[in-house]
Design a protein around this ligand. Structure first.
Ligand SMILES: Cc1cc2nc3c(=O)[nH]c(=O)nc-3n(C[C@H](O)[C@H](O)[C@H](O)COP(=O)(O)OP(=O)(O)OC[C@H]3O[C@@H](n4cnc5c(N)ncnc54)[C@H](O)[C@@H]3O)c2cc1C
Length: 393
């Protein structure tokens, strides 16, 4: 039975950052990462469509949600930790403020962390799931082995995309240690919609402003960017962004505003001009929007009143009918409530237990916020753990 100073459950962004942080502060502490997948850091490599969207230039607090949003504000938004310092890279950002390694290769980020983990002498145990945990801490592994540890870090992620090893089963481990888990829902995910008005648009991408309205008509979220029409509803980065605000909500309506930089009056004049020139009704938005999109809008208007057409271009509504669910979501909304951890990310319920990353009830907007949280919370848990050993001495 092997014994470690620190055992980390989950070799994702937060677990790797935590291991590196512990070893940078005290190289003598023995650390093991237990990872059920064949590789560690897989979501880091997949982030930003494989380009590695690690953070964002705008780290304002409003980009974080959940009972632990204040923790993200303290650890990420205040600049207390800088996730970019974990990597020996040059970084660049795009016009939406999303930060990537200059080489735009997500796997370079995970490779860099794995190199640091290896060089620091952390034991990384792959293809091994932690099946149960007893206080103390005694971990029973899927290969039949048992590991003992003085400090335990729960960085096993949430329930989003089980192909990355995160199927929500880690919530049972934290519950067995006395913790609770808030209701969880998928976030940063494609949205299902009533597709009656978009049946002919499958595969078409449009730049627009998306506003999500709740059942009471209140604005839930707004985003500008790509919308991609699909057979189930809508995808694209603007949809991902607003999905964070629709997560867990019922009766959501999406309003798509095409041509956000052109006024209703300008569109109205354009339509009137085309009517005067004898364009058929179905072609009145020809050249103004993608032809198929223009025709879909004209069908929906049911006539060619220029004002109505222009208003429909500016407010093309779709009734949202949920999302594609956890299998497609980038992040989980909900998790271990913030009231169950202290400012050191240490459990208030089980001594020497620490939390980091998505397993906590913190989720961020689309654009690098979730990796930032995972890295900063991992680094903070590392600092707290090393301090706790110093206090023991
Ligand atoms: C496809 C995709 C793209 C994304 N793109 C971005 C992006 O561009 N920018 C951004 O900021 N965020 C992005 N995210 C979200 C971000 O990657 C996650 O929020 C972040 O990686 C969470 O880190 P974590 O360490 O908390 O958990 P994870 O990275 O999910 O790691 C948890 C690990 O724990 C392991 N594990 C679980 N249970 C056990 C167990 N019992 N025993 C052993 N191991 C266990 C899992 O196998 C997993 O490897 C993306 C997510 C996905 C899925």
């Amino acid at each position: 039975m092997q014994k470690y100073d620190v055992a980390i459950i989950g070799g994702g962004a937060s677990g790797l950052a935590c291991a590196v942080g512990i070893k940078e502060r005290d190289k003598n502490l023995s650390v093991v990462i237990l990872e059920k997948g064949e590789r560690a850091g897989r979501k880091i490599a997949a982030s930003g469509n494989g380009q590695g969207n690690v953070s964002n230039v705008d780290l304002s607090a409003s980009h974080y949600h959940g009972s632990g949003a204040f923790l993200a504000e303290k650890l990420c938004c205040s600049g207390l930790y800088n996730p970019l310092e974990l990597f020996d890279f040059l970084f660049i950002n795009d016009k939406l403020g999303r930060i990537y390694p200059a080489g735009k290769q997500g796997s370079a980020l995970s490779d860099c962390l794995l190199k640091k983990v290896k060089e620091a002498g952390v034991d990384l145990v792959l293809s091994t799931s932690v099946e149960s945990v007893e206080r103390g801490y005694k971990l029973s592994l899927s290969d039949g082995n048992t590991i003992l540890a003085d400090r335990l870090v729960m960085s096993a992620g949430g329930a989003a995309q089980k192909q990355f090893g995160t199927d929500g089963s880690a919530y049972n481990l934290v519950k067995s240690l006395g913790h609770t888990v808030t209701p969880v829902s998928p976030s940063l995910v494609q949205l299902r919609c009533d597709t009656r008005h978009i049946k002919t648009l499958k595969g078409i991408r449009a730049e627009c402003k998306v506003t999500a309205y709740g059942a009471d008509g209140k604005i839930l979220g707004v985003a500008e960017g790509d919308v991609i029409f699909t057979d189930y509803g809508v995808s694209g980065n603007a949809v991902f962004y607003v999905s964070a605000y629709c997560s867990g909500e019922e009766n959501v309506t999406l309003s798509l505003e095409f041509l956000p930089e052109i006024s209703v009056g300008q569109i109205e004049n354009d339509v009137r001009n085309k009517i005067e020139k004898g364009y058929p009704q179905s072609e009145l938005l020809c050249g103004t929007l993608h032809n198929q999109l223009g025709r879909a809008i004209m069908r929906r208007c049911g006539g060619c009143d220029p004002r109505t057409v222009a208003q429909t271009v500016k407010n093309f509504t779709l009734k949202a009918e949920g999302s594609l669910g956890f299998d497609y979501a980038q992040v989980t909304r909900g998790g271990v409530p913030a009231c169950e951890v202290d400012e050191n990310l240490q459990s208030r319920l089980a001594p020497n237990l620490y939390f980091a990353g998505e397993i906590l009830d913190v989720d961020g907007d689309c654009g690098g916020y979730n990796l930032t949280w995972a890295f900063c919370s991992g680094m903070h848990a590392a600092k707290s753990i090393v301090n706790s050993f110093d206090t023991d001495d």
